[in-house]
Design a protein around this ligand. Sequence first.
Ligand code: CP
Ligand code: NVA
Length: 316
Amino acid sequence: MVRHFLADDDLAPDELTEVLDLADELKADRFAHRPLDGPRAVAVIFDKHSTRTRVSFSVGIAELGGYPLVIDAQTSQMGRGEPIEDTARVLDRQCAAIVWRTFDQGRLEAMASASSVPVVNALTDLYHPCQLLADLQTVRERMGALAGLTLTYAGDGANNMAHSYLLAGANAGMHVRVASPEGYAPDAEVLAKAAALAERTGGSVAHVVDPVDAFTGADVLATDTWVSMGQEGEAADREAPFVPYALTSKALGVAAREAIVLHCLPAYRGKEIAAEVIDGPASAVWDEAENRLHAQKALLTWLLQASAQQTLPSGP
Ligand code: CP
Ligand code: NVA
């Protein structure tokens, strides 16, 4: 059976550790693994804007020996209504994997349902799991471990980053607090799924309304834009309620002494994060952005290997 990566919990906790170990190995030796030697093509499709995801997948696929085929979905036939499943059936005969940034999670699931090669979520409205692989790699290299650490994400609790922090953090045995104003709470189903996962890994998850409570004692502070792609029309309403959740030096002041700061980028200084915080000594955001490369190379290597192993005929 082919392995896809549509959500953070598509990797079991031990598999997540394998991918993060592989990411560290690839960071130390960029050309240690060449699963795409040939070169084999990987389709990298965008329905939304991107800088980091486009660059890190393109560079990473080339470094794995492959060829990145970057496709603007709007100018493909999908942009004129060709069914997603038909697109999958065409791409999977020529590409080793399909990486897709799109809107609804259901679109990605439709692609995966018809694809015989791994499908990777490069961001949907619901999750951003590749970003979390890079975030976890960054936290692990700064703090030495993941399990038992407290991570507070403050801002839009209903967006893709909040949901991925809940699932991936729980998967890693972390204590995840999502702090958000009323009306912007995490999806109840995602929160319940993360809570069940945390119970198995020794972590915990919580939705907290008071931002000071959420920041107090945290080892990792994270935030994201208050206006995600596709929400531009709501920008005016998405300002005042979020101001108390901004990652300022005051927030950092109540966190753990050696706390680090994450932001998936792009960042809006003076909105969700203060300039002195993102540009200050606690910020790990540039390592975090670099680690997209290593983490995604590890993910692709792992998925290709796992999918090949699982398609081997079973023994007598
Ligand atoms: N963090 C992130 O995914 O950045 P891009 O939108 O630039 O790809
Ligand atoms: N929540 C943001 C993340 C950008 C990488 C968005 O979806 O626009």
